[in-house]
Write a protein that binds this ligand. Sequence first.
Ligand code: UDP
Length: 831
Amino acid sequence: MNHDVLEKTVLRPSTPAARSASAEVAVPPQIAKTPQRPGIRPDKPVRIAIVHDWLVTYAGAERVLEQIIACFPDADLFSLVDFLDDRTFVRGKPVTTSFIQKLPFARTKYRAWLPLMPLAIEQLDVSDYDVVISSSHAVAKGVLTGPDQVHISYVHSPIRYAWDLQHQYLKQSNLISGPRSALARMILHYIRNWDIRTSNSVDAFVANSAFIARRIKKVYQRDAQVIFPPVDVDAFSLNEQKEDFYLTASRMVPYKKIDLIVEAFAKMPQRRLVVIGDGPDMQKVRAKATPNVEIMGYQPFAVLHDRMRRAKAFVFAAEEDFGISVVEAQACGTPVIAYGKGGALETVRDLYEPRPTGMFFDEQSTDSIIAAVDDFDANSTRFSAADCRANAEQFSARHFRERFFEHVQQNVPALRSATLPACDAGAPVKLDGSPPSAQSAQAAASMRVLAIDQSGVLGGAELSLLEIVKTLRARIQVVLFDDGPFRVALGHAGVNADVLDSGALRHVRKQGGKLPKGQALKGLASLVRATAARARNADVIYANTQRAMVIGAVAGRLTRKPVVWHLRDIVSAEHFGRKQLAIIKWCAKFGLAHVIANSAASVRAFADLTNFDSKRIDVVFNGISDAPFEALRDVSQSVLRARLGLPEDAFLVGSFSRLARWKGQHVLLEAMLLNPKMHAVLVGAPLFGEDEYEAELQAFVATHDIGDRVHFLGFQHDIAACMCAVDVVAHSSITPEPFGRVIVEGMLAQRPVVAARAGGVIEIIEDGVDGLLCEPGDAFALAHTLTRLQSHASLRDRLVTAGYRTALQRFGTDNYVSGVERILKKVAGKA
Ligand code: UDP
């Protein structure tokens, strides 16, 4: 044991007084005359501590935590570990952590310290607080409290893998038998005993559903108040005008049973069904569709929202703990026909209840669905859109805050006349209604940015801009020159992008071609005017892509606003046509105040081309969040492979770039010919019109008869899951890569990375240390390197450990976002 760590984190926890003099709720003196506990003094404000298991991501439990903090914004925060990149939802609060924070591999393997977690949580000293609120899905509820303190525990679930899910957990972790299994079983046994013992010192339990309340009753023999977790119902709007079709929408994975719904509607040709979503079950679903069933595939939020608002009913056949889409449909005023098990029973009011909002079917079978739809039609006048909306409102963040605050007040008489803090009016508000951290609000208030990007698709440049927008969203206006999934992703991040005329830039290609004339020139002029009109309210124009930069440079001159180009390209003849390069030169001379480059390689090419003043160029490496990778830590590779339809036992080499010749997927396929024991997984689509290249790749696979070893997965949103499903991440660009996000992502996925030695790549990878490099375009070298990796597990392990460290230390989102923000402020004159 590291005594230094113990000394710092256990023996001398920071005192609450030193940490925050304001972790308290002010209470008018008259209300606390009869304190429930001797410790809560009538003349003193109530001090509150919030304890959460671990802070590493922003998932369901953290959304609840965010709202608990919104109820008690001055409370102090405690957690076993804190590795948050984005601290917005904890309002930038400092967090007192346990000794696990400093144990080896805590950032990535904090769960492996499970045996020490009961001990660690007991070392968090909350004895100076009057009220302790734990938000617990593991051990937070075991924090030590005394008889003068009130402890309220919001239980997301009693620690799942120790209780009824133990056997499933052991199976998934391959711990069925043997000494490791015995050890795991002993540890879980000890955790169960500890879990029950510590339930005695909780004064009031809150559960996130009746189902979890039942679990609490079963294991702790205690009653719990049910307060549902918050759903973003405000993103959905009521529509009373329904049309004659039914809707189902979800990821197409087996347990969602979309195929069953489609099969049922195939037997009801007079009724129309619209199906939205994509996933491994798509083919099965398509095969069952009849002309009355419209399969729309994945759709952006706007389309999903529109159909949800217009549908006469939403059909849902899965068994879920909660089922968010069921609430979202009701928020649109749309009744639900759902399988009557799990969360839906708690979120939908049945026909036999007053003001029904839907109805249930008893079995996951086509006959049962058909009977329910018949019944629904016969009773359709009994459902009102307003009732559905009102029911959904119960699950809003605001509702959560009101109910939770009230529950705490009931248990802490000294708080009874305190009022629920409003979400700061006028402050920039996140999608779910909570304000951002003081830091980002302050930064935002001092600068207005107009960000422009030519593309509507989700390429690397757009994903990198998204990360910036998430932090600066309060004061950033985004303009796109094309519509598509990027706009939708921005919407999910809380920013409504403006899409300007998408036609004007479409024919302008990187590789040049004719310069625009006539109509096209007119189109460009109107694009410049529209951009300039928006730039008038901004302090700085921030151009994220090359063609947007050209428009921005002209708009910047018209409006006298400084323009910063985030250079994410190697501006050389390998990537750009002659005329394009000439235009870039012109812009550098007359239109750019500053350049942020994603690598030194990008800077070199740009400086060679333009002789741009080096003082006005900065390199800021892209930053990639580890949260999506972290969220998959406990998901086994075989589950991910099954989800993606990949073979369970094969050695899989993944490529994760859009399909484009210069990305060199053909080199990987050639390497496959040299090692018949490997499979290639090609993730990505031809985003910028290189469909011919995709056809060529497919023809190559057919000609060489390697179809059983090459898996085309198309564009995927969940890159973390795809990467964790393969054994090696390969990058095979044949010309210098400006940066290569996929390389850092491969490191975060803890997969060995093999990449092409050129451009920005060599600034990320140290050959042989945290990845392996091959000459670009050399299929033989790539095959040889992959074979080496296949047969050397120790080499793979070494690269993975070092690669992961590199990704976290050098390519985190904090450095990236603050680096860009600092430069924008400087250029905007707001530094
Ligand atoms: N990507 C994705 N889905 C896909 C293929 C790729 O989201 O199907 C992502 C990939 O994870 C990476 C980005 O697209 O974040 C590509 O960035 P990179 O810097 O590697 O290349 P660029 O597209 O910028 O040339």
